[in-house]
Design a protein around this ligand. Structure first.
Ligand SMILES: [Fe+2]
Length: 387
């Protein structure tokens, strides 16, 4: 098969690696230049930002702190941040946080240098002319946004989740320091970890999958499945934290060159209506979508079962698929993630709207099995009523 792979991001991985951020910056930026640092109130509370600010100041950089990032970030906040960044004449955006902070930072980097609103980019009405350099320091092992070319932003007026996607949105530099993930609480560790697994599965199995996305995705699955429970049970288990961050990076490299698929389409629909955390929304739909896809692609899913060690090489294809569905279901349940019907605000009356939103998602066409609006509706009902 023909394929192409592009990755401009410099990746630096290591314990304590964030403490030498200014060495990396000094290669590209002169003393006296300004940075726009994007983070969220939760990260601020952990005390991770102060030492970074201190080291930046010591290296004679100016910093504007933008710490208003919310989960499921909105277009209005990105526009506000971009205006502020322009005012401060900042040379680059530094994101310290999870997917919300990184996706907000990417969108601010775009809107600070180019005109328009996020929807126009997501709908293909504008070109991605110029984007400020983006530097990412992830604080969760999940999103992979530090190496991807996309940002998911919610349009405040319509609640629609929009994906901005362009090579220019790929970060210049990603610094992955497992220490930054140490204080993430168990429920967030669990949800973001499942998100990473879904990236690996969808990146490796979607219609655009390539040998590279399969290699990265399958390696990510092998790291994440046996490790996530340890990271949830003991946040100070730095071996588990390190492995999870490696897994989420590899998963990002997998879907970052291909796409996500139906699990994300349903998850983004759910989050846009009820503000459900992204990882939780993915977790609730994973088993149902795997079941749906395995009906037409049993060999592919038997392979997933073996890669994730839910089945062995001697199991038949049919048995391996059954073990995959059972294994993934039990794995998610053990992480303590609630079921769809237990999530705040979820109403059966909204399922038609959710099916519409999922079907309109640009990644619907990437699902390995063609999927219709009616299929989404059936999956929603099946997931809601599952025991
Ligand atoms: Fe995701």
């Amino acid at each position: 098969m023909n394929f192409s792979y592009r990755m401009k991001t410099q990746i630096e991985f290591g314990d304590g690696r964030s403490s030498t951020l200014t060495d990396d910056l000094s290669v590209r930026f002169k003393p006296g230049e300004s940075f726009f640092l994007v983070t969220d109130p939760g990260v601020m509370q952990t005390g991770k930002i102060e030492p970074l600010l201190e080291s930046l100041r010591k290296a004679h950089y100016h910093v504007t702190l933008y710490s208003d990032v919310l989960p499921n970030p909105r277009d209005e906040d990105c526009l506000r941040g971009a205006a502020l960044m322009r005012e401060q004449n900042a040379s680059a955006v530094i994101a310290v946080g999870g997917g919300s902070a990184m996706d907000t930072a990417k969108t601010i980097a775009l809107l600070s240098r180019s005109s328009g609103v996020p929807r126009e980019y997501a709908d293909g009405e504008r070109h991605y002319d110029e984007v400020a350099p983006i530097i990412c320091l992830p604080t969760t092992a999940g999103t992979g946004s530090e190496v991807t070319r996309s940002a998911v932003i919610t349009e405040q007026a319509t609640h629609r989740k929009m994906t901005l996607k362009h090579e220019r949105l790929r970060p210049t530099l990603a610094i992955l320091d497992p220490e930054l993930t140490r204080s993430v609480p168990p429920s967030v560790t669990a949800a973001t970890g499942v998100d990473a697994l879904v990236h690996a599965i969808e990146g490796a199995t979607c219609r655009q999958a390539t040998p590279l996305s399969r290699a990265f995705g399958e390696q990510a699955m092998q790291l994440i499945v046996p490790t996530l429970k340890r990271a949830v049970a003991c946040g100070d288990d730095m071996d588990a934290r390190r492995t999870m961050l490696e897994g989420s990076l590899l998963a990002g490299l997998s879907f970052g060159s291909t796409d996500v698929a139906a699990v994300h389409c349903l998850a983004e629909a759910l989050s846009s209506l009820y503000d459900t955390p992204h990882g939780v929304a993915n977790a609730v739909f994973l088993s149902s979508v795997l079941d749906f896809n395995a009906e037409t692609h049993p060999a592919l899913h038997a392979r997933l079962a073996r890669v994730m060690n839910f089945a062995s090489a001697i199991d038949s294809e049919q048995l391996a698929v059954a073990k995959l569905l059972e294994g993934i279901g039990a794995w998610i349940a053990e992480l303590g993630i609630p079921k769809l019907r237990d999530l705040a605000g979820v109403r059966v009356e909204d399922f038609g709207r959710l099916a519409d939103l999922a079907f309109q998602n640009g990644s619907t066409k990437s699902n390995v099995r063609p999927i219709t609006r009616e299929d989404y509706l059936t999956l929603l009902e099946k997931t809601y009523h599952e025991t």
